[in-house]
Write a protein that binds this ligand. Structure first.
Ligand code: ADE
Length: 229
């Protein structure tokens, strides 16, 4: 799976691609993440990529000209893979990301171009011209799409076969509309709070039953809406 991210702030991606599980999945060649600077495609003599909106209003809009050139360049780079290329724009008005969307993206055999807006967003004609899908990471507004794109990629990449151990995925939160049960590790006694007896009983069936009940209890407490699904 390949991601090409289009941004005005490439440096934000440096720690993301060079740390922990994402770094390892790149090294294992399960995924590649290329970061492309939209500014490299401007033909404006002052290197500008953003201009005030037609009709007035606050903020600046990323122009369709450099952005379309960055998209065309990325499509060209991905073309030889013979995979579908999906173009995603990180936007607070998009479909809100959840486990099912991440799972769908991870099992589809696509490559992705992700557009990160900044300022007041991008020219609407890009959305129409390239049949862009808009994804939000929640009902709040960020200063740009860069962090949102990392959230999206992280949630997709960790689900790719081989990225992390299959066991870690089986009982994690959201896999079956339940949140994960509480976990404990050493020490056995932390400031007088001891680990539940059942977890040190060695009785696998009882442990599984206890964890299931705890999952339901935690879901009822924090996200009762999930139980209705
Ligand atoms: N860009 C700004 N806010 C965003 C959000 N909530 N989700 C995705 N991209 C965004």
């Amino acid at each position: 799976m390949k991601f090409i991210v289009l941004t005005l702030f490439k440096e934000i991606f440096e720690p993301f691609v060079t740390t922990s599980i994402i770094k390892r999945t790149i090294e294992k060649e399960l995924v590649s993440i290329d970061v492309v600077d939209i500014r490299d495609f401007t033909e404006d003599k002052h290197n500008r990529v953003d201009f005030p909106p037609y009709g007035g209003g606050s903020g600046m809009i990323i122009s369709a000209e450099p952005l379309s050139k960055a998209i065309d360049y990325s499509i060209e780079k991905l073309k030889s893979d013979n995979k579908d290329i999906k173009i995603i724009y990180m936007s607070p008005r998009g479909k809100v990301l959840n486990y099912n969307i991440s799972k769908k993206l991870s099992i589809s055999n696509n490559n992705y171009i992700i557009i990160c807006g900044h300022y007041e967003g991008i020219d609407e004609r890009i959305i129409d011209e390239y049949n862009v899908e808009e994804i939000s990471i929640g009902d709040y507004v960020l200063t740009g799409g860069e962090l949102a794109s990392q959230v999206l990629m992280d949630s997709v990449i960790r689900l790719l076969p081989g990225a992390i151990s299959e066991d870690s995925l089986i009982e994690e939160s959201h896999t079956n509309n339940l949140l994960e049960y509480p976990q404990y590790t050493k020490p056995y006694d932390f400031r007088g709070r001891i680990v539940p007896d059942v977890l040190i009983s060695g009785h696998h069936k009882k442990i599984a039953e206890y964890r299931k009940q705890e999952s339901i209890r935690i879901t009822k407490k924090f996200r009762p809406d999930l139980l209705d699904k």
